[in-house]
Design a protein around this ligand. Structure first.
Ligand SMILES: [Zn+2]
Length: 276
């Protein structure tokens, strides 16, 4: 439980993580459902997860879409967004962890975020350099040219379903990656390129078990990069991480940002002193 996290019991880990972040100019982050959960969004897998309770969605979701996208869109528009998950999403707000991560981007430390979350909370918190590897629930995507649009900015003509792309006439679908649907190649390329340029890797609120997302921290480790893990429970990466902080991101990240700010302020003060 979030309330029981005792920061002072992990002060050494905080110091190590703050040193690594303060020295980085290209941290790449992989964030997962743990961050969303702290904003009240149910997870899919694990105890109490939507799929654990309701069963996993059909594995041929994408086949169903591809076979008759027009029918899929009709159903989608009829159903609206009445399920509990949609309601939880609509009521959710970015938490302190999302905001602290966006601050690390502002500070020139985090240069890219690869997220498995589809809830738009990172963007709403101010993060700008993002790859949403499983898509974004509030966006649409052309399956041919991979152009993406916020759903609100796109008028769907219900008399001409499925909607098609103005640029290439390809079929437009919801941006969220369905079961059986390949992850869009541009998302994979961007994630790989950013990881290849990273000087530090950080995983937050993810067990890093689901591929392809799981491959990025492994690639970083193979290149000899330091790895920071922030996750309340141990994961297969915990043992491999340079430093692991077993707390909720909403508490850990703001505290880290505070420590990093102090370090950067000291560095500037020392530099000014030397120049005097
Ligand atoms: Zn297109």
């Amino acid at each position: 439980m979030a309330e029981t996290f005792n920061r002072s019991a992990h002060s050494a880990a905080f110091e190590v993580a703050a040193d690594l972040l303060a020295g980085s100019t290209h941290t790449v982050v992989l964030a997962g459902a743990g961050m969303s959960k702290e904003s009240g969004i149910p997870t899919f897998r694990g105890e109490g997860g939507l799929w654990t309770i309701n069963g996993e969605p059909p594995l041929n979701q994408y086949d169903t879409f591809s076979q008759d996208p027009g029918r899929w869109w009709e159903r989608r528009l009829e159903e609206g967004r009445s399920d509990g998950f949609a309601q939880a999403l609509e009521q959710s707000e970015p938490n302190n962890g999302h905001r602290a991560l966006a601050e690390l981007e502002d500070m020139g430390i985090v240069s890219h975020l690869i997220t498995q979350n589809i809830d738009d909370l990172h963007r709403r918190a101010g993060q700008t350099s993002i790859t949403e590897i499983h898509g974004n629930r509030y966006w649409l995507r052309c399956i041919s040219c991979e152009r993406r649009w916020p759903r609100q900015e796109y008028t769907i003509d219900e008399a001409a379903l499925p909607p098609t792309c103005d640029h290439c006439s390809g079929v437009i679908k919801s941006d969220t990656v369905m079961f059986g649907e390949p992850i869009p190649p541009t998302a994979l390329r961007r994630s790989g390129d950013e990881t290849a340029q990273a000087d530090l890797f950080m995983t937050i609120g993810t067990s890093a078990l689901v591929y392809p997302a799981a491959q990025y921290p492994i690639e970083a480790l193979q290149r000899g990069l330091p790895l920071i893990e922030i996750n309340p429970e141990p994961t297969p990466l915990t043992e491999l991480a340079t430093v692991a902080i077993p707390g909720p991101s909403g508490q850990v990240l703001p505290a880290l940002v505070e420590l990093v700010r102090k370090r950067l302020a000291n560095t500037v003060a020392r530099k000014n002193h030397q120049e005097d």
